[in-house]
Design a protein around this ligand. Structure first.
Ligand SMILES: Cc1ncc(COP(=O)(O)O)c(C=O)c1O
Length: 414
């Protein structure tokens, strides 16, 4: 992801911003102080209230930067995962032929897969199938490629994480006869399943449903998605991206793992990047009927996409319930705080079931995002790929990071 995509499509301002960034923090501060008097005003205001970005030391970042742009876990990795990495650090000369991670996932979801092989990146039983990926992103890539090669079209919400759309658009631009159809979300941030249903045709091979949705944080009820699955033609694979499912606030919500175990046209995607805090070590997985897994397998990186440290970290993280519940609670608390503060400052916020907030400022947000960046707070603008110029997506940070964001936003909005 480039800086351009985060601050939108205004090339002149973007250039100026990047030039400022390249000049370094000290020069930037001097420049801002000279041009706007902000540094002085900021310093005075900091005496009065709030935590400044300069005061923040985030886990995994150099001090003084607040990064609320990638939906990362602000608490860091699961301690059990860190311990597992340390324990296996001298295995780094070896390729991974263990079944540790497959076994852990099989147990976690009670999959009927009796004998996973260490020499395979997938595991299948008579009915159930499991596939590991280099993050969920590799699995999305595989899903898009398989569907586009076989049928020619894929369908995804707009805005969305967008890996499926990216693959379709780039192949189309390269001259391939494929298409990524986009379906605008409803005002409440949810997929418009009726409209999506109408967009499905003979050439549609894949429909993506991200629940809770990125970037809106909205959650569709389980039953609504199930009705949709019942209605799609049997050749269409419905992929449910559940990378944020641990943050759902509705205790009655049911995820789709059991459905994927039973149906032959549903696949569920999960990741270790979010609640488990392992985004940098790249592990995701998919659960589906074994025939679905076989169809997708030729597009995978295969066994050598597996990383000897990641598998042990991920397996340990899966059992670290304490870290999961601490991370979840931190996100819920952070979302409550940020929602109240954003609303106080005039934005409209969709209730979030994920580790970020989608805020509508009722006016273009590029400049706001650029000024936040200049204050060392990184959030993601809705312009560009997301086609939502009035929005900003703010990943939920630690308490300190959230406070520093609010401090910077207050000063940006004036
Ligand atoms: C909805 C969604 N799906 C998939 C991913 C990919 O995650 P990873 O490749 O880190 O597993 C992300 C990452 O932010 C996401 O937001």
């Amino acid at each position: 992801m480039t800086a351009d995509e985060y601050i939108g499509d205004d090339p002149v301002s973007r250039r100026d911003f990047l030039r400022g960034g390249l000049a370094g923090t000290a020069a930037l501060a001097t420049c801002l102080a000279g041009v706007t008097g902000l540094a002085g005003a900021d310093a005075v205001a900091a005496q009065l209230a709030g935590r400044r970005p300069a005061d923040v030391k985030s886990v995994g970042l150099e001090p003084g930067r607040v990064r609320l742009a990638f939906n990362e876990n602000p608490l860091g990795a699961s301690p059990a995962a860190i311990e597992a990495v340390l324990k296996h650090q001298d295995w780094m000369n070896r390729y991974d032929y263990t079944t540790t991670l497959q076994q852990a996932i099989i147990r976690h979801h009670d999959l009927d897969i009796p004998r996973p092989s260490g020499f395979d990146f997938k595991a299948t039983g008579d009915r159930h199938g499991l596939m590991l990926g280099v993050g969920t992103t590799e699995l999305l890539q595989i899903l898009a490629l398989q569907a586009l090669m076989k049928y020619g079209e894929v369908l995804e919400a707009l805005p969305s994480y967008g890996q499926i759309t990216r693959v379709g658009d780039e192949l189309r631009d390269a001259g391939h006869a494929v298409q990524a159809r986009k379906s605008p979300v409803l005002p409440d941030g949810n997929h418009d399943l009726d409209a999506m249903g109408r967009q499905i045709g003979d050439r549609t091979g894949l429909v993506m449903i991200c629940n809770p949705h990125n970037p809106t944080g909205a959650l569709l009820p389980h039953e609504r998605i199930l009705e949709f699955i019942d209605r799609v033609p049997p050749h269409v694979l419905v992929a449910i991206d559940e990378v944020y499912v641990h943050f759902v606030r509705d205790p009655a919500y049911r995820d789709f793992i059991e459905v994927a175990k039973e149906r032959e046209n549903v696949i569920v995607l999960r990741t270790f990047s979010k609640v488990y805090g392992l985004g940098g070590i790249r592990v995701g997985y998919a659960v589906a009927h074994r025939d679905v897994i076989y169809r997708l397998a030729p597009f995978s990186m295969g066994l050598l996409g597996r990383n000897v440290l990641s598998v042990h970290a991920a397996a340990a993280a899966l059992g670290d319930e304490e870290h999961v519940s601490r991370s979840r609670q931190a996100v819920w608390d952070g979302n409550d705080y940020l929602t109240a503060e954003l609303e106080r400052l005039g934005a409209r916020v969709i209730p979030s079931h994920a580790c970020f907030l989608w805020a509508d400022f009722g006016r273009e947000t590029q400049r706001i995002v650029r000024q936040l960046w200049s204050r060392r707070v990184m959030v993601r603008a809705g312009a560009g790929q997301w086609a939502s110029p009035n929005h900003i997506r703010i990943s939920t940070g630690s308490r300190e990071e959230n406070e520093a964001f609010v401090w910077a936003l207050e000063r940006t909005l004036g």
